[in-house]
Design a protein around this ligand. Structure first.
Ligand code: PMP
Length: 362
């Protein structure tokens, strides 16, 4: 007999993207930022490494919360730092969802939401997206009526598309909490400012952000939730006492303070996104207009997996993704390729290899 809870036995477990630890790869598979982080962040991490690592960190990371509060004109009680956004998602599931209850999230989207629900013994009701990545609001209204948590990434992954605030506010569940996952928010042409939190439904909205993507600190593991203190208070009870380590708190605080670095880097990524999207369209791909640091493409020949594999044989790593239960995209659902925006040199190398793979290198 299995010693595990039935909920654990029942799941496959979330499989993170491939993370080759050796150099020599053009790594465009897990939406990291290709540029080095802010020098100020690096100095803060090194400084902290030499400053009393023998003692526990501040369990509430109050210095970090103070900075975000100033930047967003909020009280620090609105902020909950965590070990990456993924930890905040776990805290949200454990705080708001009982076993047997339901969550809702779009599909195709970030599959981790469904895994976390299953671990909690909860079910997932998918908000099946239309082929243009819009919501079917008539169906969604019925689904969210009995959802404890509705989780939506904006921009979405794998599409990179972005929904309007009006669309998102229609998805706030009448008897639950809405999670606006802004992992890729800073790459949008008009990044979100937090104003949905001031809306009528704002007391039931939690925004999650991370330093993994826009701030080039995926190796650090640090994210934060922003929500009304009534929600944050409960979530604090659920988190581990010392969920953020001292190096991560120091690095993330310095990174967020370096707003000039963020503006410059996100502008470079937007420019490369435009160039890559145009080049892929030129090569015959259907390119979904992206507001994130990746683009989602399909090819009329539907040979996505072999393109992925041939690129990999040339040490260029992108993501092949399959969403078999997405009827709006076809009888077999959707599959395609997601390519992270790298440096210009990485994207040139990717395009060179891709042209050879497609037989378009003449
Ligand atoms: N949300 C989405 C939509 C993501 O794609 C990711 C990264 N895989 C995360 C959250 C998690 O980010 P973090 O590195 O902060 O845990």
């Amino acid at each position: 007999m299995s010693p595990f809870r039935p909920a654990v036995d029942a799941i496959e477990g979330y499989v993170p993207g491939e993370q080759p630890q050796e150099t020599g790869w053009v790594k465009l598979n897990t939406n990291e930022n290709p540029y080095p982080p802010s020098q100020q962040a690096i100095e803060a991490i090194v400084g902290k490494a030499n400053d009393r690592l023998n003692v526990y960190p501040d369990p509430l990371a109050r210095g970090f919360c103070q900075l975000v509060a100033e930047q967003m004109d909020l009280d620090p009680e609105w902020i909950l730092p965590a070990n990456g956004s993924d930890e905040n998602l776990t805290i949200l599931l454990r705080s708001f969802v009982e076993p047997g209850e339901q969550i809702a999230c779009p599909y195709p989207s970030y599959i981790l939401y469904e895994t976390l629900a299953a671990i909690q013994g909860a079910g997932t009701q998918r908000l099946l997206l239309n082929a243009d990545w819009s919501f079917d609001f008539a169906a969604a209204e019925r689904t969210i009526a009995n959802s404890k948590l509705v989780l939506v990434p904006n921009p979405n992954s794998p599409s990179g598309t972005k929904w309007s605030h009006d669309d998102l506010l229609r998805l706030v569940p009448p008897k639950g909490v809405f999670v606006l996952d802004e992992a890729y928010g800073a790459f949008a042409d008009n990044p979100h400012d937090g104003s949905v939190l001031q809306s009528e439904a704002g007391r039931r909205i939690v925004m999650t952000r991370t330093v993994s993507k826009a701030f080039s600190l995926a190796g650090l593991r640090f994210g934060y939730a922003i929500a009304h203190p009534d929600l944050i208070r409960g979530m604090r009870k659920v988190k581990d006492s010392y969920n953020c380590d001292a190096l991560a708190i120091a690095g993330a605080t310095a990174a967020l303070a370096d707003t000039e670095w963020l503006t410059e880097t996100t502008a470079k990524i937007r420019a490369t996104r435009r160039r890559l999207s145009a080049a892929l369209a030129e090569l015959g791909f259907e390119v979904t207009p992206s507001q994130a640091n990746f683009v989602w493409v399909t090819h009329p020949d539907r040979n996505h997996q072999s393109i992925y594999q041939s690129l990999k044989e040339n040490r260029v790593l992108i993501r092949y993704m399959q969403y078999p239960e997405a009827p709006a995209f076809g009888a077999h659902g959707l599959d395609g390729l997601r390519i992270t925006i790298g440096t210009d040199a990485e994207i040139d190398r990717f395009l060179d290899v891709l042209r050879i793979v497609l037989g378009r290198d003449s």
